[in-house]
Each structure stands twice: as C-alpha cells, then as structure tokens.
Design a binder for this molecule. Structure first.
Ligand SMILES: *[C@@H]1O[C@H](CO)[C@@H](O)[C@H](O)[C@H]1NC(C)=O
Length: 708
C-alpha cells in the first residue's frame, strides 16, 4: 500500500523492459508465461506441491483457474464479437466462485460445479466486467462501466505513464534543473485517488521520481515536489507541478539496506544459528495442491491476484466426536487504505487503496527461505494473468509452516500434596504471504491453534514514503509542529500516515445461518446496604437484528465481546455455539467523513461491521476502486440495513495503524505488527486440548555440534 506501489512496479517494469524484451508476453508452447525476473534462484531446497502447474486440473470448486482454463478464457474472449476488432487489456481474470450452496454441497468425488471466470477488461477507456462460462465456452454476462471506478492498474498502464512522463520536455527540464542524471532516474506511478470532477471521465495516474544514484534504496532520495498527472489512455500529461525548487535530493549515505553493503558488524553479540527441528517431519499435509490438513484443522488455501491469500472452508474437528465442523466459509484481506497526512500539491492525493489499485497477489514476491519462512515450510506458487490474458507463475508466494515459538498452550502446578506440574507446548500452523506494494511490505499471517483459535496478523516493513526538505536537523526547524512528520534523516521527512486493512470474514459457525451478539459489560451499582461493594460489572447480551445494530466503534470505556453464534446449535448446557472476534491493538481513521479519501475509504468508519451475505459484496472499497467515488463500499452496503439475525452473515474487521515515523524506520523499517483473533466461545463442550500430549525429553533427538 503505500506508497509506492507504483514505484515498485515501475522498477519491475524497467527491469522487464531492458533485460527481458517481452516479459509479459513470453509464452512457451504450452501457452505458459514464466517471469524469469521474479523467479529468484533459491539455493535452499523448498517443499513444493507435487503438481505440474502446466497440466494441473482443478480438483476443488474453489481451486484457482488453471493454465488450461486461463488459455480457454483468452480464446473465448478473442472470438467474442464486441472484442473482435481489438483484444481488450485484461486487468483481472480469476475464478468466478460457484454459488456458496453448490460449494457446500460438493464432496470429493462429485463433479465440479461449472467453472467460470470473472474478467475485468478495459477497452477504449471503458471498463467491462464479464463472466466467461468455461463449460459453455461463452461469455454469459457482460456489464459495461458498472461503477465510477476503474480496475487495478496493469504493468502496461504503468509503463505507458512513465513513457509519457519521460518524454515530456518540461519534465526533462525539471530533472536537469535538480541535477539528477537521467540514467539515475527511477519513477513511480502513485494512484491519483479521486478529488472531484476535474479528474473524472479519464484514467489518470501521478508520476513522481527518485534518484538511484549511489543506492538501490531510491525511496529515500525523492525529487520532491515534481508531480505529473498523466492520462493513461490518451497518453498525455494533463498537469505538471514543480513545487520543490530549493529542496535538495537527500543524500544516499546509509540508505543501502543490503547485507552485502554493510561495512560494519552490528554492535551486538552474535546470535548463533537457530532453527526449529522436526525430526519426524512436519505434521501438516497439503492435499490436491490446496487443502491444508493439520492437527484438528482443515481448510482450502489459494493465492489470489487481488487479495493475496484466501482461506476458505475452514473447519475444525469436534473435540468429542472428531467430526469436522464449519468455522469460516471464506476469509481474506478485502481492501487496504493508506492515507498520508500532508495537504501539499505533491502529497494530498496519497490515499492509496493498495489492493483494489495494485493488488496484493500481483505484488507478492517469492518468500526467502530460512528468513521469511522457517525450515520445513511448504511453498505455493501463484498463477496469475498478465494484461494480454496469458498466464504466468509467481513462485513461492505463500508458505505454510508449523510454529513452535516456545510458548505454553496451557499449564497448572500445585504445591500441595498433589505435587502437580502440568504444561503443554503451543504449536501452531501458519499460512503466510508478503506483498511488496512498492516501498511498503505487508506480511499477512493466518495462524491456526489446536484450541480452535485463528489469529490474523499483519506486519508492516519496507521503506517509508518520505518527503524531501531543505532542513537537515530539527534545530533548523522554527515551527516543529508545522511539519507533516518527523525528520528521519538529513533532508528526509517521514510523513505521518495510517494503514487500514479490512478483512472479509464470512464466518459460518456450524452452518450458514448465524447471529451477531454483542456482549456488553456494563457497570451496575449496588443499592444501599446490599454489599460492601459500590459497583460491579455485568455481561449483557444483545443480538443485532439489522446491519445498523452491528456497526461497532471500539471503546475501552464501553467494552464488549463480539460473538458470532449459531442460534440453532446449542451446547450440552444450552449455550449457542459461537466464535468471537477479539480486537488487538487498533487505530481508527480520524479524517473528516466528507474528505474524498475517507468517502472512498468509508469501510474504515467502523472497526466491525456485519452484513447479510451477498456473493457480490467481496471488496470493501468496491469492485472497481481506482478513482472511484466510493459509491460501492461496505458503508453503502451496510446502509441497506438488511436483517442479520439468524441469517447467512459476513463479519468485517478493520485492523488499523497510525504511523508517526521515527529515525529507527530509516533506511528500512523494523517490522511493526498488529493482529486480531477469532476464538471459540461455547463452541466446544470443554477445553478441546485437555488431552493434548506434553513434550518429553525422549521425543527429541539429542544432538550437539561436533565441536562443542
Ligand atoms: C447484492 O449486492 C449488490 C452489490 O452491492 C446489489 O446490487 C444487490 O442488490 C445485492 N443483492 C441483495 C439481494 O441484497
């Protein structure tokens, strides 16, 4: 999200342009594109699915489209009459998931429901959303311009914008005036957002540039204040502003973050190599490429060009009967909103929707074994589609691994005559993906525990989006509170910003029909003479009847638990089976509700929402986000105020961060993490891991380094 989604992509584009002549079109005989520039050579052996992506067939209704299917979609579109003159630019092509009821009915061995693709294309500046039925070999639905927004940018859009910018003479003069060589220039295409009628009716993108002289970390060397607004489809510069005269390009000193570039050892005692050992191998297995089975869990896992990683059909085994029970039909990051807090001409528009504008799967790069994921990880490739409709592989973008972090899953000891010391180690299963959306890196973890808990964690790392300034230190700043962020290095301001990640959590607790229950803790006062106590807390339950009653702003002085329960599935004791969402550290958007970025980001107006299930309401900022006016957001859907009691419902949770940068964030940010949990409440009859086995010394091999 952040920032430089564009930068990153532009950088990729440059590599692609100069090293690989036609990287997005390079299709071999099987019609399969391999992006060599992303397929970093892994020296460590990694576990991979034993399926050949070139020939694989779908095995589950939710499996992503295969190479054969993608090629079939492209063939169908090529002979589709409205596109017979010009093949449109493919901005998105992915599985159009079957109806939920069909997926729920399907069992292994059944024929798959009819396979369909949802395709979003752009032709002559018009957006078309199509459904291609692979069984019929036909386009079965075609809607033109269904909203104000446009689909996510393609690599071609970015390259066009950069070419247009770089051939602009005023731009060239500005670059020369600031003393940057053209060979040291790296430019990016920040999305333009939407700020009223002036930019409507055409696709525009901003172009801003950096100097790569002396560093690969060009993000720290902005050419401040030079901003071009480029009309992508008409290939013209709409506007150029240069407000940065007199602001130097910050120095490259100490900006390189590569290990090989460090000249000095860290000022600390070294940590010996460390790794978790699994002498009998991992305990999870991955069947048919996408079904993860581990301990008492089973779920479907797939990469997605837009969402990054999607978990579906998550089921946990009942601790008494061993039967799999439904917990979540589908969970994924639905949109990311990253507003920057600087109203200047070259900053005001920075209010990214990283998922709908750039895509989290498209920007996910191969994970680095032993560093991004531990040993014994299993890696999954992404199979995505480039703008000419051909498939390409992004290797190793998801890893699955078991984690033993030395934590305790439960314990108790007694000093009395029982002399008890019982303790159990906590081992969890993690599915991870990391997206490098330009300068920023987002690490997504879905962590499953044997006690039924799911923890969703987001880590932020990568580079700050910084602003150049003539000031070298704070002593030179007369009015310190006027700056849009702190100085993080000489001539470099780390601009204050927020990150919001909104998750779509289609919880199906023991079935589709669930209710949302707020369990509110309220202060009760005792009556005179009742008790030596003056006050105490009482938990009061209230089931939300409609979407209005399920918009929640978190408040620690009015605390509640938020349960999703199945009112027709009672425990032995008569409590409804449920899960609760447990917020962790969080932040709320404080922008004016009528500020254009906040209208588009209105899905962050509350931290929790519950909506009635509607298969088209997947993307919290809308299907078409780029330059959208915010008419298709979660906020708009929720205002329909549909019934949600004992209905198929979707929980939406927003994880937020306020980021006031500091010097430690330079030149690369140590990871900042926040999370939330989905935890069983009266789902199991009792502690589901009571009978879990402890670790014993003899379970593990005893081995010491030979030289010890
Ligand atoms: C489902 O969602 C779409 C998009 O928000 C909307 O147009 C449609 O009316 C909704 N259907 C129902 C039954 O609510």
């Amino acid at each position: 999200m952040e920032i430089f989604s564009y930068l990153h992509l532009s950088f990729i584009f440059f590599i692609a342009l100069f090293i690989f002549p036609h990287p997005w079109n390079h299709v071999n005989k099987q019609g399969f594109t391999v992006h060599a520039e992303f397929g970093s050579v892994l020296e460590t052996k990694v576990s991979k699915p034993n399926i050949d992506l070139l020939t694989a067939s779908p095995l589950h209704p939710l499996d992503p489209l295969t190479v054969t299917e993608i090629n079939a979609v492209r063939a169908i579109l090529s002979s589709y009459a409205p596109f017979s003159w010009t093949f449109p630019a493919i901005h998105s092509l992915s599985l159009d998931e079957p109806e939920k009821a069909q997926v729920l009915e399907w069992k292994i061995g059944d024929p798959l429901p009819r396979r369909k693709a949802q395709v979003i294309v752009l032709l002559s500046g018009q957006t078309h959303v199509l459904v291609v039925d692979l069984g019929l070999g036909l386009v079965t639905s075609h809607v033109s311009n269904p909203g104000s927004g446009y689909p996510l940018l393609t690599a071609e859009d970015i390259s066009v914008a950069l070419q247009v910018a770089q051939s602009n003479e005023e731009f060239q003069r500005s670059i020369m005036a600031c003393g940057v060589e053209f060979s040291d220039l790296s430019c990016g295409t920040p999305s333009a957002g939407w700020f009223g009628p002036n930019e409507e009716g055409r696709r525009v993108v901003k172009v801003q540039c950096f100097s790569t002289q002396g560093t690969p970390n060009f993000y720290m060397r902005p050419i401040e204040g030079l901003t071009l607004t480029v009309d992508i489809d008409n290939r013209e510069v709409v506007k150029i502003t240069d407000t940065g005269r007199g602001i130097p390009v910050p120095n490259s000193l100490n900006t390189d973050y590569r290990y090989a570039a460090q000249e000095k050892a860290p000022e600390m005692e070294p940590i010996n190599p460390i790794s978790m050992e699994q002498p009998n191998g991992p305990s999870y297995r991955i069947e048919q490429g996408h079904i993860v089975k581990w301990a008492n869990w089973e779920f479907h896992l797939k990469p997605d060009q837009r969402a990054g990683l999607i978990i579906s059909r998550a089921m946990v085994r009942d601790s008494e009967t061993g039967e799999p029970r439904s917990v979540m039909y589908k969970g994924f990051a639905s949109e990311l909103f990253v507003p920057y807090m600087d109203p200047d001409e070259s900053w005001y528009f920075k209010s990214y929707m990283d998922e709908g504008e750039f895509g989290l799967g498209v920007t996910a790069i191969s994970l680095v074994p032993l560093n991004d994921c531990p040993r014994y990880s299993y890696y999954i490739d992404g199979l995505f589609v480039s703008s000419d409709g051909s498939p390409y592989v992004r290797p190793n973008i998801i890893c699955v691994f078991e984690r033993y972090a030395g934590d305790i899953s439960w314990r108790h000891s007694e000093l009395n005559n029982f002399q008890i010391t019982e303790s159990r180690p906590k081992v969890t299963l993690v599915a991870r993906m990391a997206a490098s959306v330009g300068n920023y890196d987002y690490i997504f973890d879905w962590e499953f525990q044997t006690d039924g808990l799911i923890r969703v964690k987001v880590g932020l790392s990568g580079m700050l989006m910084v602003k150049g300034t003539p000031r070298e230190n704070m002593y030179q700043v007369p009015r310190k509170n006027d700056m849009s962020g702190p100085l993080v290095s000489e001539n470099v301001i780390g601009v204050v910003h927020d990150h919001f990640v909104t998750f779509h959590l289609d919880m199906d607790i023991d079935g589709t029909d669930n209710s949302f229950v707020e369990v509110n803790l309220v202060k009760e006062e005792t009556y005179p003479g009742q008790s030596p106590r003056k006050s105490y807390l009482k938990a009061k339950r209230r089931a939300a009847k409609s979407e209005d009653e399920a918009r929640i702003k978190l408040n620690i002085y009015d605390p509640s638990e938020f349960h999703l329960v199945n009112p027709s599935k009672m425990s032995r004791l008569g409590n409804p089976s449920g899960y609760k969402v447990i917020p962790g550290g969080n932040a709320a958007s404080l922008l004016d509700l009528n500020d254009p970025p906040q209208i588009r980001g209105a899905f962050t107006n509350n931290q929790i929402w519950v909506t009635q299930y509607n298969s088209t309401e997947q993307w919290a900022g809308g299907l078409l986000v780029y330059q959208s006016k915010g008419e298709d957001t979660l906020d708009v859907w929720s205002k329909r105020n549909r019934d949600i009691e004992n209905k198929d419902i979707v929980l939406w949770y927003t994880l937020g961060f306020h980021h006031i940068p500091c010097q430690e964030d330079f030149p690369v940010m140590p990871t900042v993490t926040s999370s939330f949990e989905l935890k069983p409440v009266n789902f199991f009859e009792s502690n589901p891991i009571l009978r879990a086995k402890p670790n014993f010394e003899t379970d593990l091999p005893v081995c010491w380094p030979a030289h010890a």
